[in-house]
Design a protein around this ligand. Structure first.
Ligand SMILES: Nc1ncnc2c1ncn2[C@@H]1O[C@H](COP(=O)(O)OP(=O)(O)OP(=O)(O)O)[C@@H](O)[C@H]1O
Length: 310
């Protein structure tokens, strides 16, 4: 049974269409990265899953339960790190956690939870004085209460420095190893690369791609660039490279020594063989994968909108 099933979900806020017949599934036990630019509809989707927002049409099912009719039971078995929710300034981290532990009938030790998120030192300090990163760590600890079956994390790395973001990924991995399904949103592709089994890219309320990071990379035109430094190059050899089935482009970029830049989606050795067959000496070669930014951009910007997005 999938952990999350979203079926033809549409949500309008007045004239704004936040979600448009959105459908996708998150399998039980997977780490799913929910990606999209600002305003794509990520938070709206999460809010529907937790019944904070009612859909205009369509349905969502979480842990085998209907998101609207069984929201109480869903929330009991789910750990949530919401976006933009404020802590209570006058309560300490311990008090925040005790509140969640009580409401979930859990038996966690607040100190152990704060130890995990790197906030044990601040256990008895009031949250009003916390930095953004500290607040985010406390909210993550609150999401971990009661060993939830599903973790829903909305932009979990907000406010965290690179170390904090790495620790966050580590916790996601640990929770997944314990057996939890993790669904988290981000608008930064790099953050999902190392932890996600699959990534869904949302754009204007619709899913435009769902795949592994590797799959997404290879689906983007010009997945890999091969730079070959040779002793010499001629038009005949260049044409032979261009006519290989996996090659989409080949150009000579520098002359001393000549460097051939080849955009290739399949076998790189075929490129090298074609050159060698013509008696050309290969002095060096290097491959560059499409950056994750390229992948994200190719799914979330049009040629027309690219200009505005710069
Ligand atoms: N309560 C609301 N009232 C009116 N419009 C809303 C409301 N909530 C969201 N929207 C609109 O719905 C669209 C999707 O917003 P949403 O917050 O779900 O996007 P997001 O992908 O989470 O963006 P971000 O990365 O900026 O958090 C946006 O156009 C937003 O302005």
């Amino acid at each position: 049974m999938p952990a999350i099933t979203v079926d033809e979900l549409t949500k309008r806020f007045g004239q704004t269409v936040a979600l448009e017949a959105l459908s996708f599934q998150v399998e039980d036990g997977e780490v799913f990265g929910f990606l999209g630019p600002n305003g794509a509809g990520k938070s709206t989707t999460i809010n529907v899953l937790l019944d904070f927002v009612r859909p205009t049409s369509g349905s969502a099912n979480v842990l085998g339960m209907d998101a609207q009719r069984q929201s109480r039971e869903i929330r009991r078995r789910t750990g949530v790190l919401p976006e933009g929710v404020e802590l209570y300034d006058r309560l300490t981290a311990r008090q925040h956690l005790e509140f969640v532990i009580d409401s979930k009938d859990a038996a966690d030790d607040p100190e152990a939870l704060l130890e995990r998120v790197g906030l044990a030192d601040a256990i008895d300090r009031k949250a009003g004085g916390y930095s953004k990163g500290m607040a985010q760590r406390l909210m993550l600890a609150m999401a971990l209460v009661g060993e939830p079956d599903l973790l829903i994390l909305d932009e979990p790395s907000t406010g965290l420095d690179p170390n904090g973001a790495r620790e966050m990924r580590e916790i996601v991995r640990e929770e997944n190893e314990r057996g939890a399904t993790v669904f988290f949103s981000s608008h930064i592709m790099e953050q999902v690369e190392t932890v996600c089994d699959r990534v869904g890219i949302l754009r204007d309320g619709q899913m435009v791609a769902v795949d592994s990071v590797e799959g997404l990379r290879s689906s983007v035109d010009g997945g890999t660039t091969l730079q070959v430094t040779v002793d010499r190059i001629d038009d005949d050899a260049l044409q032979a490279v261009r006519s290989l089935p996996d090659v989409t482009d080949a150009t000579v970029e520098s002359q001393a020594p000549p460097t051939v830049v080849v955009t290739v989606d399949g076998s790189k050795t075929a490129v090298l063989s074609v050159l060698e067959d013509r008696g050309i000496e290969i002095r060096d070669f290097e491959t560059t994968e499409a950056s994750l930014d390229d992948v994200f951009q190719s799914y979330t910007t049009d040629t027309e909108t690219e200009v505005h997005a710069q």
